[in-house]
Structure formats: C-alpha cells, structure tokens
Design a protein. Structure first.
Length: 364
C-alpha cells in the first residue's frame, strides 16, 4: 500500500533513505532535510521543491500519533486514503507549530520513483514568460513537471560574490530564469522531453537560452545553485525577507508593482526567487551596494507592511511555507479572517487550556 510509518524524531533524510531502500520515494524535499525531523516538517506543514507534483507535508500524511496537552496519547496512525469519520485532528496538528500537541509518529505516503528524470535551467524574459513556460511544460508533460523554480539575476550576482567556485550555466546572468525538473514514466526520455520543451518555448518567444543537464552530476550542480541562494542571501544580510504566496494569475503583476513601489521608496536590491509553480515567492530586500542594513532601519517595517498589504489585496498569503511562529503573530491578527481566528482560539483553549504547548507561537 506504499505507506511508511516513521517516528517523529527521524530526520527527513532518514525517511527518504528508508523509502529509497524499499524502492519508493518519500517526495518531500527541502534543503534542510539532513536536520529537519518528521515531527518538525509535519508541524510546519513544510513545502520544499516538489509541492507542484506531490503536495506539501500535509498531503503526504495519512495518520498521526501524538501526545495531546492533557497527556493522553492520540493513536491515529491510519494508513487509509479514505476515512470520513468526523473532525480531522491529524490535519489540525499538521501545521500547528507544536501549539496543540507533540507529534510522536506518522504514517506517510510513498510514491513511485519516476523511471526517467531530467533537469534544465532556462532563461526567460520575465516572470510572466516563466508562467507561460510552466503552462507549456504542463501541457506537454502533464503531472511530469515535479519542480519549477524562479531565479532572479540578483540571485546569480549574490552566488557569484559568495560562492565564486560554483559554476554558473549562463555567461551573463539573465534577469530571470527557471529551474525545471521533470519525472516521467518509462519510455519517455526526459532529456528529449526537455529539449522539445526548450524548442517549443523558443518558438513562442518564452525562453532564449538554457542548459539541459546531461548527467546526474550536472542536475545536482544546477540544484545546488538553487539551494545556495538562501545561504548567499544570509551572507549579504537582508533588510527584510518575505515568504509570500499568490494566485498564479497575480504573480507577474505583483512582482512588477512591488518593484515599482520599492524603486520609489529608496535605493535597494531585490532578490526574488522561489517555488513559482506553487505561487510561492521569497521576496527579499537587500541594501544597495556600499550601504548597510542599518541604513534602512527607519523604513524596514513600513516596507514589509506595504509588501504584505499588496499580497493580501491580491488574495495571497503573508506566510506561504515558513509558518507564523512568534514573528508573524501580529500579521496573523491583522490579516486573518476574524471568524477563523476566533475558531483557532477556541480550539487552542479546548485542547490546551493551560497554554503549555509552544506558548506565544501562532496565536500569541
Ligand atoms: C536551508 C533551509 C531550507 C529550508 N527550506 C524549506 C523549504 O523549502 N520549505 C519549507 O517549508 N521549510 C523550509 N525550511 C524550514 C524548516 O527546515 C522546515 O520547516 C522544517 O520542517 C523544520 O523541521 P525541524 O525538525 O527543524 O523543526 P524545528 O525547527 O525544530 O521546529 C519547527 C516547529 O515545529 C514544532 N515541532 C517540532 N517537532 C515537533 C513535534 N514532534 N511535535 C509537535 N511540534 C513539533 C516546533 O515547536 C516548531 O514550532 C528550511 C530551513 C532551512 C534551514
């Protein structure tokens, strides 16, 4: 039935390795998988790079065992795809950031390993062109598109500065590019499928240049560039970071309008990258060359507020995959639907009346 029972303390990497030993994959994949634990990825409903095809942690969990705040153990390690028997406490604990109980084990969905896989990095004219390319790729390969990441020219600049030993695929970093991964059934060569996609995209004026990995090592090198972007960002030091999501139809206009708003607000650099296929952007602001983070102290909060307002006005979320924690409690209060917030408080009060579970997180 392709289900794995994992203890909460197993790392995501251990879970992925155990699945591979059984000839399957556990398709949740994050840069932090060597240290992130199953309990942590479920409690944060972590996303990562394969959400486009396989969903986030919630979509990959069938059942949970947890210690509730009263001390009782909830044993619900079901392996069922269908179970309509009332309130879904599993879904309540997933993404609760440890505020409703401690997850101790979970039953997890395993997926077949695609027979053929391939990776390409293509330069595109704009975020809008990147989204058209995604539609084209999905029209040609259906659910075979497993990852679709947007990378800005600023990302390549930062990588060049802090990781100069990493080989970059473009002689001149393009303003925008995408990293595409496909996983296809036997009989469909991934390299050929990506070449066909590139040719069709060139004809439509969507992609102008690019590389298709010719080996597993080249594919890993392209992914490594993507995975080093957060590390390069940290080395530069952000003024403010935003983990936002938008309906796909709003992504391109948001980027354009936010860039214009920031250009009027002051001199700074924007690194916009992320899981474009999921509408999830990391929209991070950095000091202009020669300036320091501190120079922006007086406008930092107002800029973040403005960006989040623009996101919410477009039907988006101010926290796509990084959760609420303690930092975004105020944002949730400001933008959360009042009825939903009241229900959340009632649930917290009912399950954890003494407020002993991760106090201060999510609801403050
Ligand atoms: C380099 C890097 C890349 C990352 N990439 C992504 C990404 O692509 N997508 C993404 O979603 N996140 C990403 N993250 C964030 C983070 O790694 C994930 O959210 C991960 O799931 C956290 O797991 P952890 O075990 O480290 O949890 P912790 O950080 O220890 O805890 C996270 C939260 O879960 C709660 N918690 C932990 N264990 C349990 C448990 N057993 N029961 C109940 N509550 C518990 C904690 O109280 C806390 O609120 C990234 C982090 C890093 C450093």
């Amino acid at each position: 039935e392709a289900v794995m029972i994992a203890e909460a303390g197993a790392t995501l990497q251990q879970a992925r390795d155990a699945a591979a030993e059984a000839g399957r994959q556990f398709p949740l994949s994050l840069a932090s998988q060597g240290t992130a634990q199953i309990g942590g990825v479920l409690s944060t409903n972590a996303g990562g790079v394969n959400v486009l095809r396989y969903g986030n942690a919630r979509a990959l969990c069938l059942g949970i065992e947890a210690v509730l705040p009263s001390g009782v153990v909830m044993r619900d390690l079901k392996r069922l795809r269908k179970d309509n028997t009332g309130y879904d406490l599993r879904d309540l604990l997933i993404g609760a950031e440890g505020t409703l109980g401690i997850i101790t084990a979970a039953s997890l969905v395993l997926a077949p390993i695609p027979a053929e896989s391939g990776v390409a990095m293509l330069s595109v004219e704009s975020p809008g062109a990147a989204l058209s390319l995604l539609s084209l790729a999905q029209a040609r390969m259906g659910g075979g598109v497993t990852a679709f990441e947007l990378i800005s020219g600023q990302s390549f600049d930062f990588l060049n500065r802090y990781f100069p030993q990493m080989r970059q695929p473009f002689a001149e970093p393009p303003s925008w590019s995408v990293l595409i991964e496909v996983g296809l059934p036997a009989g469909l060569a991934a390299g050929e499928a990506l070449e066909g996609l590139f040719l069709a995209a060139s004809e439509d004026g969507l992609a102008s240049d690019g590389v298709i990995a010719q080996s597993g090592q080249q594919a890993a090198d392209l992914w490594s560039l993507r995975e080093h972007i957060p590390l390069a960002n940290r080395a530069v030091g952000a003024i403010a970071s935003h983990d936002i999501s938008l309906p796909l139809s709003e992504v391109a206009s948001f980027i354009r309008d936010a860039q214009a708003m920031l250009a009027a607000a002051g001199d700074m650099r924007i690194n916009c990258f992320g899981h474009l296929g999921d509408g999830n952007l990391h929209f991070n602001l950095f000091p202009a060359k020669g300036r320091r983070r501190e120079d922006y102290d007086s406008i930092r909060e107002a800029l973040s507020r403005r960006i989040h307002e623009m996101v919410v006005a477009r039907g988006g979320s101010f926290s796509a995959e990084h959760g609420v924690g303690r930092l975004k409690v105020g944002d949730l209060e400001r933008w959360g639907d009042p009825a939903r917030l009241a229900a959340m408080r009632a649930i917290k009060q009912a399950l954890d009346p003494l407020g002993i579970m991760n106090p201060g997180a999510v609801l403050g």
